[in-house]
Design a protein around this ligand. Structure first.
Ligand code: M6R
Length: 357
């Protein structure tokens, strides 16, 4: 039920802090350490390469998850769009582990990959919000998102839940391998939940930015580098699917290789800067598009901010920034759709779970 909310999407955006806290609780033992199915841990330790398979928003969560698993646990990861896998099947390593990320657990594109890799005899793990779903039943192992039902077609809390569970999976593997991490992941996730709350408390700010940037426009661009590049891809999908604005998320460094030709007087460009190593370069990209007439907005993070930034996200651990930075993006998309009189929860031509290939 929506309760007092006008739309499920807004309710689900607001549910993100409690969902993160629920995940911390579900994956924590009595000594505040990570608790994970020992079979999943063994599957991760036995594997020499992880293949993440997903679609849409879940694919975008997979792109972030790859960074965690590679950087923390030192296991190589490939992320594949489910529908492309059969045509562009990579050479598999000797001991692959397939990880299916799916809110619904019913996505046909992902299922067809699962059927195929099972025939080849490879192990599989499904990370899903619906434990009894097809992908969950048919895979060897399941990790539950604990996000509660997601009704709006535009996925929000499932994305952040997927990222949180992927952090836990990566940290657990790292710890099992004896890798010493210099941060307490569950504590950092707790900080993320509070920061998310402060973001969802500032809805008017994002409503105003959306009114200003998206009410009239036909197109919009998001730019980011590194971790932020993954989040801007998700930001643009969110905007497209519910506001019907033609949107794209670019890697800042790619602008000069072609896409900057699309910038005209007044083209909206939203830049995200939450990573120290790219802060300087992404700001350079903003100047380049401004010089060609773009209407720009910078969303940055405490510690990297400048006076002219439109919004500054409170500090979170640098690896976990997508969990915080996606919230303004979700709210921008939500208000853009609202200002354009779109059906927020049920956008045209889309279904909540895509059970056809
Ligand atoms: O249920 P799944 O996570 O497998 O769904 C995958 C995509 O269909 C889904 O994320 C879709 O892109 C959403 N509508 C995005 O908001």
């Amino acid at each position: 039920e929506k309760g007092t909310y006008p739309h499920f999407m807004l309710k689900e955006i607001d549910e993100q802090p409690p969902v993160i806290r629920k995940i911390i609780q579900e994956y924590q033992d009595d000594h505040d350490n990570i608790k994970l199915d020992p079979e999943v841990r063994k599957a991760m330790l036995d594997s020499d390469r992880v293949y993440i398979i997903a679609a849409g928003t879940s694919y975008h969560a997979g792109l972030v998850g790859k960074q965690f698993i590679e950087k923390l646990a030192n296991v190589p990861v490939e992320v594949h769009i489910a529908s492309e896998f059969s045509y562009n099947m990579p050479l598999l390593s000797e001991k692959p582990l397939f990880v299916f990320i799916s809110q619904s657990g019913e996505t046909a594109d992902s299922r067809s990959v699962l059927v195929r890799i099972k025939e080849l005899g490879h192990p599989s793990l499904t990370i899903t919000n619906v434990p009894g779903s097809t992908l969950s039943r048919e895979a060897n192992y399941t990790l539950h998102l604990h996000a509660g039902p997601e009704i709006a077609v535009a996925s929000t809390k499932a994305y952040t839940a997927q990222i949180a569970v992927l952090v836990i999976l990566a940290v657990d593997t790292a710890q099992a391998k004896g890798i010493n991490l210099e941060f307490d992941p569950l504590q950092e996730l707790g900080i993320v939940a509070s920061v998310m709350e402060s973001l969802t408390d500032q809805k008017e700010t994002f409503e105003k930015i959306a009114a200003d940037f998206f009410t009239e426009t036909r197109n919009a661009f998001y730019i980011g580098r590194g971790m932020d590049y993954f989040v801007v891809q998700e930001a643009s999908l969110k905007l497209k699917e519910i506001s019907y604005i033609q949107a794209e998320g670019f890697a800042g460094g790619e602008l000069k290789h072609g896409t900057i030709a699309l910038i005209e007087e007044g083209t909206p460009v939203i830049a995200l800067s939450t990573q120290k190593n790219v802060n300087y370069s992404i700001r350079g990209n903003v100047q380049e598009v401004e010089a060609r007439g773009a209407k720009t907005c910078i969303i940055s993070i405490e510690g990297l901010e400048q006076d002219t930034d439109t919004f500054v996200i409170p500090h979170v651990h640098e690896l976990l920034t997508p969990l915080a930075s996606v919230v303004p993006m979700q709210l921008l998309a939500y208000y853009a759709a609202l200002h354009r009189d779109c059906d927020v929860d049920k956008p045209r031509n889309l279904a909540k779970s895509v059970t056809v290939e």
